[in-house]
Structures are given as structure tokens and as C-alpha cells.
Design a protein around this ligand. Sequence first.
Ligand code: NAD
Length: 493
Amino acid sequence: MIDQVLEARHYVGGEWIEGGCDPFESTASHDGRLICRALAADAGIVDQAVAAAREAFVTSGWKDRRAAERAAVLLELADRLEAQAAPIAELVAREMGKPIRLSVDREIHGAIDKLRFFAGAARALVGDVTGASPAHLLDLTMPTPVGVCALVIPWNDPVDLTVRKLGPALAAGCTVVVKSSEETPASTEAFIRLCEDLPGLPPGVVNLVHGPGAPTGEALVRHPGVDKVSFTGSTATGRRIMELAAGTLKRVSLECGGKAPALVFADCDRAKALDALSYGAFLYSGQSCTAATRLIVDDAIYDEFVADLVERSEQLPVGDPLDEGSLIGPLVSQRQLDKVQQFLAAVDGEGGTIAAGGRVDGLYVWPTIVTGVDIASTLAQEEIFGPVLTVFRAEGEEHAVQIANGVRYGLGASVWTKDIDRALRVVRKLEFGDVWVNTHYVRQAETPFGGWKESGVGRELGLAGVREYLAWKRVAIDTSPQFHLKTWFEDES
Ligand code: NAD
């Protein structure tokens, strides 16, 4: 086990630098031990990082080389992450509280797979040539990298979510300044350290700054030298980032909050649905943007299904994230616990009943199921980001869809039925960017992910995720000896 306290550093132009303001720390979620000490990058350090990224974008040749060479860098980075999978997964488990099995399998191995996907994607970027032109005109769209990208990372997948942004940005030929979350600086830094002396990666292509939203995040997002901001985090912060980025009309992609419904119909495979939804609601202690947080059950099976789910949830192993047997770890921080406890305290006042869980010990919150709250209640409407599932009774298909769509979020949803006609009907009506049928939590590097409504703007993963880092240049090449407008004017006169 890694025991020493890490002194976080910013990575600027290929050098690890000290400095900044407002000292902060990250601690282990399960035992409170100090993991990392850091200083927040102030406006000056952010300025240096953006300047290094700009210099590398303009002069290093990174954007101009064969995509295969950028792909080779991503493949080497994937190999390095694979070689360091065990210690980095352990660091994530300690710093974020994610159980070690999930840290290894979903976070680190998921990130390795994505890096390899983005290496391939780098070589698959193509533009278009219109077939509608006359023979003397070649009219085409050319993919070009956007430029310097600010990548703002949350704490819930501090490595994987960095990769979802850094992978496509590098594949496209951009340069980046990553900002870690103030809750998990050590985990994100451990990954960025793998970029040090990476063969083929010029200094300044990848930079890292640590610090909270203010001053660090704000200085980065409003910086005129940044061409694009890619953010994952809460809807409130996403809104603020959009405002700040508007100053210089930066491109933004925002992966924000969610309030995923699971619509369970009477004809579903109940055993599978119970398995999937007990995981789906409580994985990462509910600290996932696509956690199933609203269960909408057909009236015909409501009582039985909820009783069975209560039983399953009570069997989920809650414990030390470093223990291989744990599936539910602690929440990331006291701040997150306070937020979750506010929702638990509101259950009574909102007319609800805690049917399972509700127990809190340190940063651990036991899987909690709440019944009886109104669909307009804060528990039903707001993102809790903790292991709290609210349950609703649906009187038919239309009612289920109405409850599902009745929130401002539109990220993930799942539909449980054996009737393919119903499944397709419901899928068409759901206002969500990521819909699963008879499963929950399928995420693949190849397929685009992102939200509707207040869950976000833009897409990550898949080729669509790489295109977010491209600016399309339209080029028209005329080989005719005559200028076409001249002919037009002469015809007019
Ligand atoms: P957060 O919004 O508090 O912080 C996210 C990041 O933004 C952090 O790095 C933070 O320092 C930075 N930040 C905060 N204020 C800023 C500002 N004014 N300017 C610039 N940067 C600023 O979110 P969090 O608590 O770290 O993460 C949890 C949230 O992330 C949840 O809402 C969750 O749903 C969302 N999330 C979304 C997805 C997705 O793909 N849609 C994935 C994971 C998490």
C-alpha cells in the first residue's frame, strides 16, 4: 500500500513546478489519512500552463504530424497505465473511496481501453468532399484541431474522465491543460505523470494544474488563450463555465448532472432487473451521473418488486474500499456526505418513508430506498449523488414516461420489458441521451455518450467524441480559368 503523503505539483511545459496559493489537501475517504497536499494554481500559473500549451500547439509539430504518430503516443500511454494499473487503482480507491474491484476493472481498465480506442480513432478522422460541385470545383471540409483545450475533471472517475477528454484531444492534434478536481488531485496527477518523457510527446502538449473552481478553474476557463473547454461536473458549474467561456466565445462541451430513471414494466425479467438495479442505483455509492436514482415501477408489480429490491440492497457488501469484497465504499468527502444527509433529512418532510438503508457511519451511507415522495419533491427532482433511490408507482406506460421525463436532467435512463414494441415506443419518448433496454451501465469507448436538457452539451467517446476537438475548415478550390461572379456580372450588364 502507498503510504507516503504526496506533494502535488503542476505540470507545465514538461516540467513539474511548485507554487500557487490557498493550500488544500486530499484525504482517504475510508480512514481520513492524508493522501496529498497541494497549492492551487493561481492566475499566473494558469497563464504559464496555457502559454506552454499554445507554444506546443503552434511550434511543436504535434498537430501537423501523421495521425499514426499521435496514435503511437496514445498506445504507449495505455501501456504505461496498464503497467501501473494496480498502484493507480489503489490510489483512486483510497482518495475517492471507489471499491478496489471497481477501481481496477471499470476505472483503470476502462481508461486503458479508451486510450487504445482513441489511438485508432486518430487514424480514422475524415472530412467530406461534396459531389454536387461542377467539375472545375473541389469543395471539401477539412478536419483541423481546435487548439488549446482546458479539460476540467470531477472527482468521481479521476483517471477515466481525464482519459475521455485527453484521449480525443490528443488524437485530434490539440494541446491541453488538465485541471484536476480538488478532491482527487493525486489520482489525476498519477495518470498525468505517465506522460513524462513519453516518446513522441513534445513538452507542453499535456499540462496539468491543480486547484478548486476559484481561483484555478475560473482563471483557466475564462483565459483568452484557451480555444475550447471540456468539462465534466455538476449542472450548476456547467452553467457557470458556459457564462465564463462566452467572454471569448470558446467552444464548450459539458457533461453535467443526471437523475436517471429506470422504468420497470410488469413483463420484465425480474431477476435480471433486480440484479442490475441494485447495482445500478448504488454503484460508487450512487456517485455516478448515470446511477439509477429514480425507480418507476408498474403498479401491477410495484409492491413485490420494491420488497425484493429492498432485500437485495440490504445484501450489498458495504465496506473498506481496499477490501476486495466491498461493493459499496464511503462517500468521497464530508462535503458530499453533508449534501446527502440534507436529502435524507428531507425525507420525512416530503412525505417519504425510508424503506431500506438510511444508516450513516463516518463517510459510509448504506444503500437507501425512499418510497412515497411526490414527483415534484426535491428528492425526486434534484441530483443527490449518493446511494439514495426514490421509487414511484406508475399507472401505465404513459404515466411511467411522464414521470421519467419530468426532470430537468436528460442523461441516462433504462427500460425494463420483454415487449420489443413497448421498448421501442418508450425509447422514442424518453428525453435522455443514453438509454439502455434491459440493462444498466453499459458504457463503451466506441459509442457516444452525453446528455440532453440540463445534463449537458456535446458528446464524449466514439468518433463523435473526437469530433468535439475538431474545427471544420471548408475549402473550395476552383480550377476554372474564369471567376464565376464575373460571368454573373457580365450576364447582368
Ligand atoms: P463540480 O461541478 O463541483 O466540479 C467539477 C470540476 O469543476 C472540478 O474540477 C471543480 O474544481 C471545477 N469547477 C468548479 N467550479 C468551477 C468554476 N467556477 N470554474 C471552473 N471550474 C470549476 O462537480 P463534482 O462534485 O466534482 O462532480 C460531481 C458532478 O459531476 C455530478 O453532478 C455528476 O453528475 C457530474 N458528472 C457528470 C458526468 C457526465 O458524464 N455527465 C460524469 C461524472 C460526473
